[in-house]
Ligand binder design. Structure first.
Ligand code: GLC
Length: 650
């Protein structure tokens, strides 16, 4: 049951598409208006778990932390950082009472969840205009599903987007991409797509290609297609201010850019230098921006990642001096510079304006919806431009954007803590309607190690978005750059052998408003022992993943809430062994993976392949001890999705 409480005149975020009746505020919430702000307080009980706030630091259980929804371009993924790239203002309280609550406002919101042992949830919204959605249900799982259904059907990528993707900030010319394809092919490691980071562009200008380094992009896309590889270019939010730049000129003609306080167009410095931001809040500007993707689709491109859409600003017409480029100074001068940077950014965010519903909005007041509306603009444009599905994922997001595309979790680092963070983000993102999601596998900042990358791949093998991506000053991070490529082949091939299951489960979840990845506690709510487990996750309806995420370890202990089938994959064979409820120790050397199949469930796996084009849906082996499996299979490309495509395997 979902109801909403309306405060003031809320901005229409379109986060929820279902018709929702209005109601009173849940009993135990206290609401105080504090000037223009609104404060919600709720007394927590001792054993309550609080889920939600998916793209934040900390644990899956958000108790003990302070988090701020204010979308930020930040590589500082440490627990003291309250804001990352997205705002997902959902809390699910699980314990004495059971309910979900979604604070639907694009303004800044501060959450303190039993912070400094206050025993309270305190939610301070920097706006008096918002919808508060309350979701009641018999369990946290039911509440999360209810929310997913109310958001509306989540984004469905093509089958190839479930294949493995390789990326790097720094592939500069056609040959760099050919080298990647060759490297993977020689090592026999599967691959489906390669990202083109900003280096493909002419001076980092969106909707442009450097003609010297990519003389004929359409022909190059075709050349890659012959190897069954898709190219996936990046698109940034800012449009380079430059007469002669067709996108800039079209944006001016269509009056599609954000205005500054003097009434001109706001100018912000990002990768290409001074840019204007498309006014994604304005439906006409969104329609125009979506049309611009024809630049790529005409060249045969079917996949995109949208970036810098918090929006990131390095410097502006009001705050001079490059920000991001001074990253190292930030590290030296620490907090002082960071505070100044934040102040400058807030000044910028208060200095530009949007037009929507016949009104003018100050950016700062609607900040958190900007990236989500960029995703919406591209997604709606691509739906018109392409006859079939496309890959689309974004850095910034807000609840509801999961209908239009996926997300990746931004500039993490090559460290074991961030591998664990990846695991923690996955179930929470699913609760908020972002099923197609994943992290930069191997880590973006800093040099990865062979061991970390192998263990990370064994986690990403289960996440819908599986992409190895790294920054421009890091070591080569492609799987074939390391000694002993057999072990990389083993883990990536595990992903491809599991694809029939992963795709089928994703489609079933998407079409029924279910979650794809969930915490153990969602399935076993009666079992006290699973309440704190965050390094074992349920993937689809049948798999419990149990990755090794500790440096130097080849064993780990796993808690089984019921009898299950243990499956070990060594690169060639799946070996199944019955495992009994309770705690067991598993062993997985590098290049091996161990996971479990829930009692009564089956998992279809295919033979080893090196590309999604080779999936053979007719010859699947069923793992697990259950009876049958309902397989969802379709052509993986058209938009003719339907549960009629289910068929029973025995
Ligand atoms: C941002 C993105 C990163 C990308 C880089 C260059 O930092 O998060 O993934 O590689 O910009 O485009």
């Amino acid at each position: 049951m979902i109801t909403k409480v309306v405060f003031g005149t809320p901005f229409r975020t379109d986060a929820i598409t279902a018709e929702v009746p209005q109601a009173e505020m849940l009993q135990h919430f206290q609401v105080n208006a504090e000037g223009a702000q609104t404060l919600f307080t709720y007394p927590l009980q001792h054993r309550d778990i609080v889920y939600g706030l998916s793209e934040t630091m900390g644990r899956v259980n958000k108790r003990g932390g302070r988090y701020i929804s204010f979308n930020t371009d930040t590589a500082d993924h440490t627990d003291s950082n309250p804001s990352l790239y997205a705002s997902h203002n959902l809390l699910i309280v699980d314990g004495g009472e059971h309910f979900g609550i979604f604070f639907d406002t694009p303004a800044k919101v501060t959450f303190e969840i039993d912070y400094r042992n206050s025993g309270l949830i305190r939610v301070l919204c920097e706006s008096g205009d918002l919808n508060v959605y309350q979701i009641e249900g018999s369990s946290s799982y039911e509440i999360a599903r209810e929310l997913n259904r109310a958001i509306g059907r989540c984004y469905i990528p093509p089958l190839w987007a479930f294949g493995f993707g390789q990326s790097r900030f720094g592939y500069k010319c056609e040959q760099d991409f050919r080298d990647v394809v060759e490297g993977y092919q020689k090592a026999g490691i599967p691959l489906d797509w390669i990202c083109m980071d900003i280096d493909y562009m002419d001076r980092f200008i969106d909707f442009s290609v450097d003609k010297q380094r990519f003389p004929d992009l359409a022909a190059f896309v075709q050349e890659m297609a012959e190897e069954n590889i898709r190219l996936v270019p990046i698109v940034d939010a800012g449009i380079k201010v430059e007469p002669g730049n067709p996108t800039y000129e079209a944006g001016i003609r269509r009056d599609a850019f954000c205005r500054n306080k003097e009434g001109g167009y706001f100018r912000a410095g990002v990768w290409p230098g001074m840019t204007h931001f498309p006014d994604f809040l304005n439906p006409d500007a969104r329609a125009w921006f979506g049309e611009e993707y024809a630049f790529y689709t005409e060249k045969g491109i079917e996949g995109f990642w949208n970036d810098m859409n918090e929006p990131a600003i390095f410097y502006s017409e009001y705050a001079k001096g490059p920000r991001k480029l001074n990253f190292y100074l930030d590290m030296i001068f620490g907090k002082f510079r960071k505070k100044k940077k934040e102040r400058d950014l807030i000044r910028d965010y208060k200095s530009f304006f949007h037009q929507a519903d016949g009104k003018t909005y100050r950016h700062y007041d609607v900040h958190n919806i900007f990236g989500a509306l960029m995703t919406r603009a591209s997604s709606e444009g691509l739906e018109k431009l392409l006859p079939h599905r496309f890959l689309l994922f974004s850095r910034s997001s807000y609840i509801g954007a999961g209908r239009y595309g996926g997300v990746w979790t931004g500039d993490n680092s090559s460290c074991w803590e961030h591998l664990m963070l990846n695991l923690r983000h996955m179930p929470s993102l699913n609760m908020c309607g972002f099923l197609y999601s994943g992290a930069d596998t191997g880590g973006f900042m800093g040099d990865t190690t062979r061991e970390l990358l192998l263990r990370w791949l064994a986690v990403s093998a289960f996440t819908p978005l599986m992409r190895n991506h790294t920054g421009c000053f890091t070591r080569q991070q492609e799987c074939y750059q390391f000694d002993g490529t057999e072990e990389f082949k083993s883990i990536v091939s595990l992903r491809y052998r599991l694809l029939p299951y992963l795709y089928s489960e994703y489609m079933k979840a998407a079409l029924t408003g279910d979650l794809f990845i969930k915490p153990l506690a969602f399935l076993f709510p009666e079992d006290e022992k699973v309440r704190d487990i965050e390094d074992q996750l349920i993937v689809g309806e049948g798999i419990m993943m149990t990755p090794i995420v500790t440096e130097g370890a080849t064993t780990r202990s796993v808690y089984l809430p019921q009898d299950m089938t243990m499956v070990k994959y060594d690169g060639k064979t799946f070996t199944s062994t019955p495992a009994q409820k309770g705690t067991v120790t598993i062993e997985a050397a590098l290049g091996e993976a161990v996971f479990f199949i829930l009692d009564g469930k089956r998992v279809p796996v295919g033979p080893a392949i090196t590309n999604t084009s080779q999936i053979d849906w007719e010859h699947l082996e069923l793992l697990g001890n259950g009876g049958e499996y309902a397989l969802y299979a379709d052509d993986g490309l058209t938009r003719e999705y339907s549960l009629d495509n289910l068929r029973i395997l025995r």
